[in-house]
Structures are given as C-alpha cells and as structure tokens.
Design a protein around this ligand. Structure first.
Ligand code: FEO
Length: 395
C-alpha cells in the first residue's frame, strides 16, 4: 500500500487491513477494513488527520515518509477509539514538534486510554478554525457518531468533510473513491447497523449539522471516500428515518424440529398476508447480516425452544443484540416451543422491553405444533399484517 493523492497536497496515508476478521472481538469483517489517515500540506503548516490501528503503525510511518512529511505540526484527533488513536503516542514521540488538536472530551479519553501527557494537546471548540496557510481546517462537533467526543473536520478551500466513523464502512480496497455504489451501499449499511444504529437520534441531529456545508468529498475513517456525497447522505437519511419496510425478521434456533416447524408455518402465513420474511438460523448466521436486516424492518419475531427453564442461549444473545442496537422496529413478538414449562416469554419480553416497539402477544407451543397451534400462528401473522398496514397508511 502506498499513499494516494486526493487533491493537490491532500493524501490518504492510512492503512488497508485485509486480514482482520473481527472488530471489537465481535463484529465480523467479511471485507476487511481500513484505518484512514489523511495528510494535508498547507503552505505554512502540515496536519495529519487521525492515525491508524497500532498494529499498522509502520504502514503509517512509511506512508508519511513517502508523502514527504518531514515534520507534522498538527495531529487532528477526531475520536479516541484506538483504531484511530492507538498510534498517537508513538507519533508524537516520532514527531516531537507536533501537537494533538482535539476537543476537551477527546483529550480526556486520550489521556486515560493512551497516557498522553496534557501538554501535548491543543484544545479546540466547536466551529474553531486552524490555518495551515493556504488551507483552513474547521472543526465541527458531531457527537455520538458513535462516542460522545466524536467530531469532524471541514477543509474549507477544498470542500472536504473528514467525518471519522460517521459515513464509514469496513471495506478494504486500494481504490480510493466509491465506484461500485451497490457494493458500498451494503458495506456502509452493515457498518451503520453495527456501529451507528443505536445513535439514530444523534445521527439525525448530525445530518442537520452538516446540511449547510458545501461538500465535494466525504472522507471517512474507514472504507472508501465519497466524491458523490449525496449517495451516502441520502442513505443515512433513509436508514435513520422513522420509515420501516414491510419486513419481518425471524431469528431462530430449533433443537429437535418443533420450533423449526413453527417458524416454517408462521413465515408462510406471513408471506400469504403480503409480508416479506427474513429468517436467520442463529447457529450459522453472520450477526452483521442480522444487524443489517434490523435497519429497516417493521417487526422481529424471536423463535426459540425452551432450554431448561428459558430461551436457548443463542436466542438470549440475539435478543441482547436487538436491544443494544436499538433498531426502529415497530413490533416484536415471540414464538417457540416448550416441553414442560419455563419462563421463556417473560425473560425475552423483559430483555426487549426498553425498545419503543409494541410487544404483540407471543405464541408458545407445547411440543410439536398441532392444528390449534397453527391457528394461533395464523392469528399472530394476521395481527402483524394488520398493524403494519396501519402504520404503512400513516407513512
Ligand atoms: Fe473506527 Fe469508533 O472507531
């Protein structure tokens, strides 16, 4: 990997990580990722925007040499998470004349996480500017995308918004700009689902904050850059809006076939009533795909057998994810089977109770499903269909 020129005196100097398979020891990375660091050479000062994951520090320093950065005056830190900040300690030692430019909150996180001494920081406020001579950096606070300290930089003369994780995607490629929008739409939606979705309200506010900027290029801290910014801004507007699609997501586990039969019958019933169904068998599903499906779905119906006295542990994991990701679901229900009893419904209903979605009366069946059970499943499918029609009319 070598440096890439974005515009005159503006370079990508980050690192492409094709081999990384998991982020946060949790999120699958089917397309790898990148840690985007940018070098801006002004007529008087030189700025580096973010660093890279510490595992790829050598790539960053090689790239800085290739870009002819004999010195760095300002290191802009948009976000304290270590995939962008983890090399800052080594960088300020390698470039002793540099100062880290960030907000007060980010400074405090960086001091806690990386033990960087306080005298290395230059603190800026929202909308402050720094001149590099012929180029001006303006700092725009965009909190909670996805930590409280996150901010962006707008390079005024070149109309580039450096947005950090906001608008990013885990996607490793040597191609600098988005050219295959379908591919990047999926990668960016996956990223939104896994990282940004819990902060939907903040995303709406931040979209409003940047709406009056004249932006030619959005340069995020993961994945490709957007030289047609409307593509990703419109996608974010859609994903973060209140609109839901005619989709029911069914994450399920079946141990001996009862729950599988219940899911099969129930999904056919939903489809007959005009709903789209997406089924995730949790023993072999990619949780990123499940998260993506949750971005626009109207309903989730969790399907579980009873293990001892409660839901299958994989179902607990899925329910916890649904709760943590806070999708804009309108309806939730639970279906499944049991042998002799248990608290499956209570446990799951309690887990998802903090979501704003309406919980529709669950259907838990004793043993293998029979005629009367199929009728109850049809009724549940009918309720979901009717309720979706009500909100679809309002929409
Ligand atoms: Fe890419 Fe929140 O760090």
């Amino acid at each position: 990997m070598s440096i890439k020129k974005i515009k005159e005196n503006i370079y990508f100097v980050g690192a492409i990580d094709r081999d990384r398979k998991l982020f946060d020891e949790l999120i699958p990375l089917p397309d790898g990722t990148s840690y985007n660091s940018y070098l801006i050479k002004g007529s008087e000062k030189i700025a580096l925007l973010d660093s890279v994951d510490p595992t790829m520090y050598d790539t960053l320093t090689d790239n800085l040499k290739e870009a002819g950065a004999g010195r760095i005056d300002y290191i802009i830190s948009h976000h304290a998470e270590q995939d962008h900040s983890g090399s800052l300690g080594e960088l300020v030692r390698a470039y002793p004349q540099s100062v880290i430019v960030t907000n007060e909150k980010c400074k405090s996180f960086l001091m806690d996480l990386l033990s960087i001494p306080e005298e290395k920081f230059l603190i800026i406020k929202d909308r402050d500017t720094i001149s590099l001579g012929d180029k001006t950096l303006q700092f725009i606070f965009t909190p909670w995308v996805h930590w409280p300290e996150t901010m962006s930089t707008y390079l005024k003369e070149d109309k580039i918004l450096f947005s950090c994780d906001f608008f990013g995607s885990h996607y490793a490629t040597d191609e600098l700009f988005v050219r295959d929008e379908n591919k990047i739409y999926r990668a960016a939606k996956r990223y939104y689902a896994e990282i940004m979705m819990p902060f939907r309200t903040s995303i709406i506010k931040n979209l409003d904050i940047i709406k009056d900027l004249d932006i030619d290029i959005i340069a995020p801290s993961h994945g490709q850059l957007y030289d047609k910014p409307a593509f990703i801004i419109d996608a974010y507007k859609d994903w973060s809006s209140e609109r839901v699609k005619n989709e029911v997501i069914i994450p399920y586990i079946s141990m001996h076939g009862s729950t599988e039969k219940i899911v099969e019958y129930f999904s056919e019933s939903l489809i007959e009533k005009g709903l789209t169904v997406r089924i995730f068998h949790l023993t072999d599903s990619d949780i990123g795909e499940l998260a993506m499906a949750l971005v626009d779905a109207a309903a989730v119906v969790i399907a579980t057998p009873t293990v001892l006295t409660g839901p299958h542990p994989n179902i607990i994991y899925a329910a916890y994810l649904v709760k943590a990701l806070r999708p804009k679901l309108k309806f939730i229900s639970i279906i499944g089977s049991y042998g002799w009893g248990g608290r499956t419904v209570d446990i799951l209903a309690d887990m998802v109770s903090s979501l704003k979605a309406e919980i529709i009366e669950p259907v838990i069946i004793k043993g293998y499903p029979k005629e009367a059970d199929f009728k109850m499943l049809d009724e549940l499918a009918g309720k979901i269909s009717n309720k979706y029609k009500e909100i679809a009319i309002e929409d």
